[in-house]
Write a protein that binds this ligand. Structure first.
Ligand SMILES: [Zn+2]
Length: 168
Protein backbone atom coordinates (compact mmCIF):
# COMPACT_ATOMS: atom_id res chain seq x y z
CA UNK A 1 0.00 0.00 0.00
CA UNK A 2 1.43 3.36 -1.06
CA UNK A 3 0.24 6.90 -0.26
CA UNK A 4 -1.85 7.23 -3.45
CA UNK A 5 -3.79 4.03 -2.79
CA UNK A 6 -4.14 4.91 0.90
CA UNK A 7 -5.64 8.33 0.10
CA UNK A 8 -8.06 6.74 -2.34
CA UNK A 9 -9.10 4.36 0.46
CA UNK A 10 -9.60 7.08 3.10
CA UNK A 11 -13.37 7.46 2.46
CA UNK A 12 -13.71 3.67 2.74
CA UNK A 13 -11.94 3.89 6.08
CA UNK A 14 -14.63 6.23 7.38
CA UNK A 15 -17.69 4.73 5.68
CA UNK A 16 -16.80 1.02 5.47
CA UNK A 17 -14.01 0.30 7.98
CA UNK A 18 -14.34 -3.49 7.61
CA UNK A 19 -13.28 -3.67 3.93
CA UNK A 20 -9.89 -5.15 3.01
CA UNK A 21 -8.79 -1.88 1.35
CA UNK A 22 -9.63 0.02 4.54
CA UNK A 23 -7.66 -2.44 6.68
CA UNK A 24 -4.63 -2.16 4.37
CA UNK A 25 -4.92 1.63 4.60
CA UNK A 26 -5.06 1.30 8.40
CA UNK A 27 -1.72 -0.52 8.33
CA UNK A 28 -0.21 2.19 6.08
CA UNK A 29 -1.55 4.97 8.33
CA UNK A 30 0.35 3.58 11.31
CA UNK A 31 3.63 4.41 9.55
CA UNK A 32 2.75 7.50 7.43
CA UNK A 33 2.27 10.95 9.00
CA UNK A 34 1.00 12.83 5.85
CA UNK A 35 -1.72 10.23 5.27
CA UNK A 36 -2.76 10.47 8.94
CA UNK A 37 -3.10 14.25 8.52
CA UNK A 38 -5.27 13.71 5.42
CA UNK A 39 -7.46 11.30 7.38
CA UNK A 40 -7.85 13.85 10.18
CA UNK A 41 -8.90 16.55 7.66
CA UNK A 42 -11.38 14.18 6.05
CA UNK A 43 -12.84 13.30 9.47
CA UNK A 44 -13.20 17.01 10.24
CA UNK A 45 -15.01 17.57 6.91
CA UNK A 46 -17.34 14.63 7.56
CA UNK A 47 -18.04 15.98 11.06
CA UNK A 48 -18.88 19.42 9.67
CA UNK A 49 -21.24 17.81 7.13
CA UNK A 50 -22.94 15.82 9.91
CA UNK A 51 -23.69 19.05 11.75
CA UNK A 52 -25.06 20.80 8.65
CA UNK A 53 -28.74 20.65 7.87
CA UNK A 54 -29.80 21.22 4.28
CA UNK A 55 -32.42 23.95 3.86
CA UNK A 56 -35.90 22.68 3.01
CA UNK A 57 -37.11 23.56 -0.49
CA UNK A 58 -40.13 25.81 -0.65
CA UNK A 59 -43.46 23.91 -0.62
CA UNK A 60 -44.21 25.13 -4.19
CA UNK A 61 -40.89 23.95 -5.65
CA UNK A 62 -42.16 20.60 -6.97
CA UNK A 63 -45.30 22.08 -8.48
CA UNK A 64 -43.41 24.87 -10.27
CA UNK A 65 -40.77 22.47 -11.55
CA UNK A 66 -43.39 20.11 -12.99
CA UNK A 67 -45.21 23.04 -14.61
CA UNK A 68 -41.99 24.23 -16.28
CA UNK A 69 -41.20 20.71 -17.49
CA UNK A 70 -44.69 20.42 -19.02
CA UNK A 71 -44.23 23.80 -20.73
CA UNK A 72 -40.88 22.74 -22.21
CA UNK A 73 -42.32 19.44 -23.44
CA UNK A 74 -45.28 21.20 -25.05
CA UNK A 75 -43.10 23.82 -26.76
CA UNK A 76 -42.07 23.30 -30.38
CA UNK A 77 -38.62 21.73 -30.76
CA UNK A 78 -35.77 24.13 -31.55
CA UNK A 79 -34.88 24.51 -35.21
CA UNK A 80 -31.37 24.10 -36.56
CA UNK A 81 -30.74 27.86 -36.72
CA UNK A 82 -31.87 28.40 -33.11
CA UNK A 83 -29.60 25.60 -31.90
CA UNK A 84 -26.68 27.02 -33.93
CA UNK A 85 -27.35 30.51 -32.54
CA UNK A 86 -27.38 29.34 -28.92
CA UNK A 87 -24.24 27.28 -29.54
CA UNK A 88 -22.39 30.30 -30.95
CA UNK A 89 -23.70 32.62 -28.21
CA UNK A 90 -23.03 30.49 -25.17
CA UNK A 91 -20.22 28.13 -26.11
CA UNK A 92 -16.63 28.77 -25.02
CA UNK A 93 -15.34 27.29 -28.28
CA UNK A 94 -13.67 24.49 -26.34
CA UNK A 95 -15.38 21.77 -28.39
CA UNK A 96 -14.14 23.31 -31.65
CA UNK A 97 -10.48 23.40 -30.63
CA UNK A 98 -9.59 19.84 -31.68
CA UNK A 99 -11.25 20.41 -35.06
CA UNK A 100 -9.39 23.70 -35.61
CA UNK A 101 -6.07 22.15 -34.56
CA UNK A 102 -6.66 19.20 -36.88
CA UNK A 103 -7.55 21.50 -39.79
CA UNK A 104 -4.38 23.56 -39.30
CA UNK A 105 -2.28 20.41 -39.10
CA UNK A 106 -3.91 19.16 -42.30
CA UNK A 107 -3.18 22.47 -44.07
CA UNK A 108 0.47 22.26 -43.01
CA UNK A 109 0.73 18.61 -44.05
CA UNK A 110 -0.91 19.15 -47.44
CA UNK A 111 0.81 22.42 -48.35
CA UNK A 112 4.21 21.30 -47.10
CA UNK A 113 5.21 24.92 -46.51
CA UNK A 114 3.48 26.34 -49.60
CA UNK A 115 1.37 28.53 -47.30
CA UNK A 116 4.55 30.17 -46.06
CA UNK A 117 5.60 30.93 -49.65
CA UNK A 118 2.16 32.39 -50.42
CA UNK A 119 2.37 34.70 -47.41
CA UNK A 120 5.86 35.74 -48.60
CA UNK A 121 4.47 36.77 -52.00
CA UNK A 122 1.48 38.55 -50.45
CA UNK A 123 3.61 40.99 -48.42
CA UNK A 124 4.57 43.99 -50.62
CA UNK A 125 7.31 45.14 -48.21
CA UNK A 126 9.17 41.90 -48.87
CA UNK A 127 8.80 42.38 -52.63
CA UNK A 128 10.25 45.94 -52.50
CA UNK A 129 13.17 44.75 -50.40
CA UNK A 130 13.90 41.98 -52.90
CA UNK A 131 13.75 44.54 -55.77
CA UNK A 132 16.46 46.58 -54.07
CA UNK A 133 18.50 43.42 -53.61
CA UNK A 134 18.02 42.62 -57.31
CA UNK A 135 19.34 46.08 -58.26
CA UNK A 136 22.44 45.52 -56.14
CA UNK A 137 22.94 42.11 -57.74
CA UNK A 138 22.66 43.63 -61.24
CA UNK A 139 25.22 46.30 -60.35
CA UNK A 140 27.52 43.62 -58.97
CA UNK A 141 27.16 41.51 -62.13
CA UNK A 142 27.88 44.56 -64.31
CA UNK A 143 31.01 45.27 -62.26
CA UNK A 144 32.17 41.66 -62.68
CA UNK A 145 31.54 41.86 -66.46
CA UNK A 146 33.61 45.06 -66.69
CA UNK A 147 36.46 43.43 -64.75
CA UNK A 148 36.34 40.41 -67.10
CA UNK A 149 36.43 42.72 -70.11
CA UNK A 150 39.47 44.51 -68.65
CA UNK A 151 41.25 41.17 -68.13
CA UNK A 152 40.46 40.05 -71.68
CA UNK A 153 41.75 43.34 -73.13
CA UNK A 154 44.97 42.98 -71.11
CA UNK A 155 45.45 39.37 -72.32
CA UNK A 156 45.01 40.51 -75.94
CA UNK A 157 47.65 43.19 -75.39
CA UNK A 158 51.28 42.98 -76.60
CA UNK A 159 52.90 41.96 -73.26
CA UNK A 160 50.68 39.01 -72.24
CA UNK A 161 53.43 36.36 -72.08
CA UNK A 162 53.08 36.02 -68.28
CA UNK A 163 49.30 35.30 -68.41
CA UNK A 164 49.38 32.90 -71.40
CA UNK A 165 47.90 29.45 -70.90
CA UNK A 166 50.46 26.74 -70.20
CA UNK A 167 51.36 24.59 -73.21
CA UNK A 168 50.20 21.05 -72.96
ZN1 LIG B 1 1.08 7.58 3.12
Amino acid sequence: MNCTRCQAALPDLLLDPGSTEARAAQAHLAACDPCREDLAELQAAFGALDGWTAPEPSPWFDGRLMARLRDEQAAAPEGFLERLRSTLLFSTGRQFRPAVAGALALVLAVSGGTAVTVSHVLHPATVEASAAVQDLQIIDRNDQALQTMDQLLQEDGPDDSSTAAPAS
